[in-house]
Write a protein that binds this ligand. Structure first.
Ligand SMILES: [Mn+2]
Length: 169
């Protein structure tokens, strides 16, 4: 990570134009992966040529949080990091015995996760980028989960303060 003073260069994942298929974007999936799959089927999504970009908050609330790594492994699925990924990582990085006695119901699914899968989550979710930029025929499209700092997408390439980064999540 590149730092300048107390600012940090955000991680951005950039994608070239998809010349062979379609690109789709989706917001907070919140563990509703089966509803997402139904939606993809209904638009004839082609895993061979199409891509799906998610603006983060993949986990919690719905019933499919345990499938998050399976989805991140799909070669056509990409996501930015949301505040729920941040929260879940904090837990996944701790030993379960250090968790609060009353986990928020959003995170109760973590109690059923084997250690091996928790450590996978602890590795994979923090590696998700803060921002995704996708080149399209109409110019670049940017995705962040939360508030974008400023009116000009190009600021995403400049070092951001911790508060600005937090705002993006
Ligand atoms: Mn959120």
């Amino acid at each position: 990570m590149i730092t300048a003073g107390n600012k940090v260069a955000p991680q951005i994942l950039r994608f070239d134009r998809n010349l062979h298929g379609r690109d789709f974007a989706v917001g907070d999936i919140h563990a509703c992966f089966s509803a997402l799959q139904t939606a993809l089927n209904s638009i004839g999504f082609s895993p061979a040529t199409d891509r799906l970009f998610c603006a983060g908050d993949l986990v919690d609330r719905g019933s499919g949080s345990h499938l998050v790594i399976d989805w991140l492994d799909k070669p056509w699925f990409f996501s930015t990091r949301g505040n729920h990924e941040e929260l879940v990582c904090e837990y996944a990085l701790m030993k379960p015995h250090a968790w609060p006695k009353q986990l928020h119901p959003d995170h109760a699914w973590l109690l059923d996760m084997p250690d091996r899968e928790l450590s996978c989550i602890a590795q994979r979710l923090p590696a998700l980028p803060l921002a995704i930029e996708v080149e399209t025929s109409g110019g670049p499209v940017g995705l962040v989960h939360g508030d974008f700092p400023g009116d000009d997408w190009r600021v995403i390439d400049m070092p951001l303060t911790e508060d600005e980064i937090e705002g993006c999540l």
